[in-house]
Design a protein around this ligand. Sequence first.
Ligand code: AMP
Length: 115
Amino acid sequence: MSDCIFCKIAQKEIPSTVVYEDEQVVAFRDLQPQAPEHVLVIPKKHVESVLGLQQEDKDLAAHILVDVLPEIAKQLGVDASGFRLVVNTGKDGQQTVKHLHFHLLGGRSMQWPPG
Ligand code: AMP
């Protein structure tokens, strides 16, 4: 999508600090980190939110969960200590960027419940 900031990041039209990339996925550091390690993992394909995933996206969703997120957690050194995955969705979920993204937050102990 031409006006989507994360599509522009995926296409390298906007700079970001990339920590992982493959044909389908890119992961980059959040501009306003909420933890010592705060990475956003996105499909390169524009999907508006987790509710925008279609049947044809099953392999992509599985790839992110099974392959990419564990790999990045290992790379960041938070696989043993633990981390939090957040997928803000829609208005009440406070989703501000309408391109599916997984926040991977780690490097400190997290609070629960969230505010
Ligand atoms: P959300 O509120 O779940 O939609 O999260 C959007 C996230 O994108 C926020 O944590 C922002 O700090 C982050 N963000 C927005 N623009 C950029 C950017 N250009 N590079 C990196 N992170 C960004």
